[in-house]
Design a protein around this ligand. Structure first.
Ligand code: HEC
Ligand code: HEC
Length: 212
């Protein structure tokens, strides 16, 4: 029985290998195509880092999250004066390539800028949540280094501009009433932000900017 199993594995091994190599090349092609298509995006998002703290860094961002957001902008489910028009003309293939490209860029390390007590407040909530208000620990979904979980579309949130993160958390909070019409992942984050005060959101944003 066991022998049989290993024989089978041996037989399929070359095929498996070919499939892996093939998909690795396909990924490389998509990244290359994405790099070309990202020329216009770079003006605002840079490569590793964007120049304006209101514009998010996209480097090393979870691929699924990037795909989801570009679809959301294109379909009008996420709106922004600067960004919405950028996504309007993108095909599904463009979105895949752009996401593969930004996902492949190693991110810069972020740096802390706020006072120690603000950072400490952010770190406490990040690691332990707020029990009395049913705020879960951010670490449980975004991970100890804030890298997220690509498979489920949970984004990387470490090393991000604190100004952008703070705005984004406020947007999730404001979207509480319409959260279910936007999508499952949006609803998760909207319900969490709804229970945070402005000071707590600010503290989390400052802590996250320096996490890596
Ligand atoms: C004129 C400036 C500008 C250009 C050009 C631009 N963006 Fe954006 N982008 C923004 C801003 C501003 C936001 C933040 C929107 C918000 O706060 O909701 C954003 C957000 C995003 C997000 C969401 C990131 C996150 O962490 O949620 C993605 C993905 C994105 N842009 C991809 C792109 C791609 C791909 C291109 C090129 C096709 C592009 N952008 C071009 C300004 C720009
Ligand atoms: C149960 C899982 C879960 C927990 C816990 C969680 N998040 Fe999230 N977070 C998500 C998901 C899913 C998204 C993507 C939502 C979307 O698609 O709009 C997200 C998105 C975000 C974003 C947007 C990133 C960007 O680039 O725009 C920020 C910031 C964020 N979370 C911060 C936090 C903070 C701070 C906490 C703790 C208070 C937290 N999250 C707890 C699942 C979680």
């Amino acid at each position: 029985m066991q022998n049989n199993f290993f024989l089978k594995i041996k037989f399929y091994y070359p095929i498996l290998f070919a499939v892996i190599i093939n998909s690795a090349f396909a990924d490389q092609d998509s990244i290359k195509a994405g790099e070309q298509k990202a020329m216009l995006c770079t003006a605002c998002h840079g490569v590793e880092k964007s120049v304006n703290p209101e514009w998010p860094n996209l480097s090393q961002q979870s691929k699924k999250y990037l795909v989801d957001q570009l679809h959301a902008f294109r379909d009008g489910k996420r709106k922004n004066a600067l960004m919405s028009s950028q996504a309007m003309g993108l095909s599904d293939e463009d979105i895949e390539d752009l996401a593969a490209y930004y996902n492949s860029i190693p991110a810069d390390k972020g740096s802390l800028q706020a006072d120690d007590d603000i950072i400490a407040l952010g770190q406490n909530i990040y690691r332990g949540g707020i029990y009395e208000r049913d705020v879960p620990a951010c670490i449980s979904c975004h991970g100890p280094k804030g890298l997220g979980i690509d498979r489920t579309g949970y984004p990387k949130i470490s090393g991000q501009h604190s100004v952008y993160t703070h705005n984004r958390l406020k947007n999730y909070k404001e979207g509480y009433d319409i959260k279910d019409s936007v999508g499952k992942n949006y609803a998760i984050m909207s319900s969490i932000s709804f229970r945070l005060s402005n000071l707590e959101m600010k503290a989390l944003s400052e802590y996250l900017q320096g996490l890596y």
